[in-house]
Design a protein around this ligand. Structure first.
Ligand code: GLU
Length: 190
């Protein structure tokens, strides 16, 4: 298990996420990724191996994401699925509007996967985490509120987790939740 970070505020987010992930590096990890909220949608970047690979992946896109002030990031210690780019976080639902990072393990992911497949969800990765993205998106479709969707999804999930979640249609909201895993929230001025 490794680490997550999220930021919403007024400062450009990319360096905040990368610097935050760098501080978690000591925990050990196999891949990394970030998602940032932009005017034209959420953009996701991932890389296998060290954070310098993610920085390289990001560098051609630096200009287009420079203005973003909200995002989530992850360094992964694979528990479900190999340490590949596809399995690296952030993960999304079918339509790509809901994006999630996860630290921990979802114990009932197999049951949830069967249920979600029957509802038409298509899984791209081998992770337990992707199930949660689909579950939250399904619930979001009914309640149209990200906080509510995360709260209701959390009731269905067994295991240990800290999540950071964003939705394309709620551009100033970053939702976090945790169970049996640490999560720290800092509130700064402005
Ligand atoms: N269980 C998740 C995965 O394998 C998260 C692992 C982690 O905490 O880094 O992708």
């Amino acid at each position: 298990m490794c680490g997550i970070i999220g930021y919403v505020g007024r400062k450009p987010v990319v360096d905040i996420l990368l610097d935050g992930l760098e501080q978690l590096e000591y925990r050990g990890y196999d891949s990394s990724g970030i998602a940032v909220q932009c005017a034209d949608g959420i953009k996701i970047y991932k890389a296998e191996g060290k954070l310098c690979n993610l920085r390289e992946e990001l560098s051609p896109h630096a200009y287009e994401i420079a203005k973003s002030t909200m995002g989530i990031g992850h360094i992964r210690w694979a528990t479900h699925g190999k340490p590949t780019v596809i399995n690296a976080h952030p993960h999304t639902c079918n339509c790509g509007k809901l994006v999630i990072v996860h630290n921990g393990i979802i114990e009932n992911y197999k049951e949830l996967k069967v249920e979600l497949e029957a509802k038409g969800c298509v899984f791209r990765s081998q992770t337990d985490t992707e199930i949660v993205a689909h579950l939250m998106a399904q619930i979001y479709g009914e309640v149209k509120d990200l906080t509510k969707a995360v709260q209701l999804a959390a009731k269905r999930i067994e295991g240990a987790y800290a999540f950071g979640v964003m939705h394309k249609d709620e551009k100033d909201k970053l939702v976090v939740t945790k169970r049996n895993a640490p999560l720290v929230i800092g509130v700064g001025e402005n």
